[in-house]
Design a protein around this ligand. Structure first.
Ligand SMILES: Cc1cc2nc3c(=O)[nH]c(=O)nc-3n(C[C@H](O)[C@H](O)[C@H](O)COP(=O)(O)O)c2cc1C
Length: 328
């Protein structure tokens, strides 16, 4: 019997294929379909601090000039909007939990720390099996002292962990000056998993209009190479399990990540492009590959191609010349 069970979010999950946080996981109908197609878990669309701020700006803009009298007015709307969004999100957690029996993970997009921490507790109370913190600060402010954006991460984790008892995982970018050390340090904070690397909104430029535009929202099938390198380099150094996200469009890529040491993958773009049924195809292909290789569980081969004391890190670390570049 081929067993696809793995462990991430501090929970045993039935498949390493996780439906990543995105618009699709904001609907109970889709979540049911993801579970029906064998997803190991589903990470709900993030509750976004920025989104609420945007709504607040719209609300304030829509009011006649002079209607905004005081800071209390601003605070009042800020409070109402947060409550409204939070209630909607709590309802989504409760409905998703009723609809499926796979783990339902709440996702918080944190930009500033303080008020979001109280949210974490409410999401736990609504039945979320774990919390994923989608942490991202663009380290672009040169007035900030060295290490300030790194400190932000540890600060948030510590506060959230103090407020909740469900497992907490992180989804991070690669924007750190000492990436390997930062990820290992984060893995030692007691989090139950780290996902490498989130794919963020990227600005592009329209050369006719000479203005900033959004780049395509969905990833490409070659975007997996950076998370693959770092998964393989770090697997044996981490104090918590790793998952991978970005550019996982085929079952072959899923298998590569397991060989590199990931416990699971989080997919989104391929679900938009090829449908939610892709999850089932990935599971079937993985089963067939494992059977052909004689593996009965993921632990039989997880991390087999990761860098350890016996394998050379050179192939994963080499960044400049390689023989095949020389051929062009
Ligand atoms: C339309 C869309 C919406 C997304 N929304 C979120 C979100 O709310 N929170 C989050 O952490 N990631 C979000 N993501 C990122 C995905 O969860 C995923 O990590 C990323 O897209 C890389 O995986 P992929 O290459 O399979 O798309 C979103 C991605 C897409 C395409």
């Amino acid at each position: 019997m081929t067993n696809l069970t793995t462990r991430f979010f501090g929970i045993n999950i039935q498949s390493p294929v996780i439906a990543a946080s995105c618009g699709l996981t904001g609907s109970v109908k889709n979540i049911r379909k993801m579970a029906g197609n064998g997803a190991g878990a589903v990470v709900l669309k993030s509750i976004f601090e920025e989104e609420i701020r945007h709504e607040l700006d719209k609300e304030l803009e829509s009011r006649p000039p002079g209607d905004i009298h005081s800071d209390e007015y601003f605070d009042y709307f800020d409070y109402i909007l947060k409550e409204k969004n939070l209630k909607k999100y709590m309802e989504l957690i409760r409905e998703a939990k009723k609809a499926v029996d796979i783990p339902v993970i709440a996702s918080i997009n944190c930009i500033t720390s303080a008020e979001w921490i109280s949210f974490a507790h409410k999401l736990e109370k609504s039945g979320a099996d774990a919390l994923e913190l989608n942490l991202f600060v663009i380290p672009s402010d040169i007035s900030q002292p060295d290490g300030s954006s790194e400190r932000f991460y540890f600060d948030i984790i510590e506060k959230v962990k103090r407020h909740v008892s469900v497992p907490v995982t992180l989804k991070v970018s690669s924007y750190f000056s000492n990436l390997a050390k930062m990820l290992v340090d984060l893995s030692e904070t007691g989090v139950q998993g780290i996902t490498l690397f989130n794919r963020f909104y990227m600005p592009d430029i329209d050369i006719e209009k000479e203005e900033v535009i959004a780049s395509p929202a969905l990833s490409k099938s070659t975007d997996y190479l950076s998370p693959l390198r770092w998964t393989a380099l770090l697997y044996h150094k981490m104090a918590c399990p790793l998952a991978a996200t970005t550019g996982i469009h085929t079952s072959q890529t899923l298998i590569k990540f397991l060989l590199a040491g990931a416990s699971a993958v989080q997919v989104s773009s391929v679900l938009y492009k090829e449908g939610i049924e892709t999850i089932q195809r990935f599971n079937e292909d993985l089963r067939v590959w494992m059977k052909n290789k004689g593996y009965s569980s993921i632990d039989d081969f997880k991390g087999k191609v990761a860098v350890d004391a016996h394998t050379s890190a050179r192939a994963f670390e080499r960044v400049q010349f390689m023989k095949h570049f020389g051929e062009y």
